[in-house]
Design a binder for this molecule. Structure first.
Ligand code: NAP
Length: 223
């Protein structure tokens, strides 16, 4: 599959690397083509690079991996309002955090910049099938060698309205060794965004966010 990536940072590199290893063609599109070229080089031979519009045009699927506060603007710059992303899945992995979210005394310091970034993206990406995905785990999880934790595959929640787009994104999750978790329509993306920001606040405050949501079957009282 051809995958265009809007953004040239950590998530673009981590997810792009996994998809190239799985046999997909990736084009990294950045507002700086030099940084896009650097990211493409980090991913490896055969990875293309270009600007934001080229990323939108290249993909059968597009990933937008840009800072949460800039993502709507980046989709606009990529030609979203002109239909450059129409009729195809647009994966949104962004987190709705303000740049200063974690500089204060966490976890109280994090904020949702605005709710439902995914829905706001859909508002400027005419005809695109937006799927919220990959926003919960750190880029290091995707850059690592394995996606099994405590004997189970990593679950990746997906929120979106188009069944074909959800199927395509589920395939891309499986290609990275994750297990797709169909978590409802795009109207539920705001909960996924809130969950991720809340968990990040806990991590930054020094807590283990996994301890907040333990499995009911693996607790010491089970059995
Ligand atoms: N890192 C993680 O562990 C992680 C995990 C899950 C989700 N996420 C989310 O994924 C998204 C990307 O994160 P990241 O870690 O890859 O960030 P990053 O490494 O800081 O990269 C951010 C990218 O956004 C671009 N950008 C910023 N403002 C822009 C604008 N106005 N127009 C166009 N491009 C712009 C940057 O371009 P320049 O290089 O030109 O500055 C850069 O390519 C964020 O929303 C983040 O919350 C991150």
């Amino acid at each position: 599959m051809r995958i265009g990536v809007i953004g040239a940072g950590q998530m673009a590199t981590a997810l792009g690397s996994g998809w190239v290893k799985a046999g997909h063609e990736v084009l990294i599109g950045g507002r700086s083509t030099r940084r896009a070229a650097d990211a493409a080089e980090r991913i490896g031979p055969g990875t293309r690079h270009g600007d934001l519009r080229q990323a939108a045009q290249f993909g059968e699927v597009t990933l937008v991996a840009v800072s949460g506060t800039a993502v709507v603007d980046a989709v606009r710059q990529a030609g979203g309002e002109d239909g450059a992303l129409a009729g195809r899945p647009l994966i949104d992995c962004s987190n709705a955090v303000a740049p200063t979210a974690f500089t204060g005394p966490a976890p109280g310091a994090f904020v949702l910049a605005e709710d439902a970034v995914a829905e706001r993206i859909a508002g400027v990406a005419a005809g695109a099938h937006v799927v919220k995905a990959f926003n919960v785990c750190a880029a290091e999880v995707w850059a690592g060698a394995d996606r099994r934790y405590e004997g189970r595959p990593l679950g990746v929640p997906l929120c979106g309205d188009d069944p074909d787009a959800l199927r395509t994104v589920a395939t891309l999750v499986a290609d990275l060794g994750g297990e797709p978790v169909l978590a409802g329509g795009l109207d539920r993306a705001r909960y996924l965004e809130g969950l991720a920001v809340f968990a990040m606040g806990l991590w930054f405050a020094g807590y283990d966010a996994r301890a907040v949501l333990p499995s009911t079957v693996s607790g010491s009282s089970a059995g």
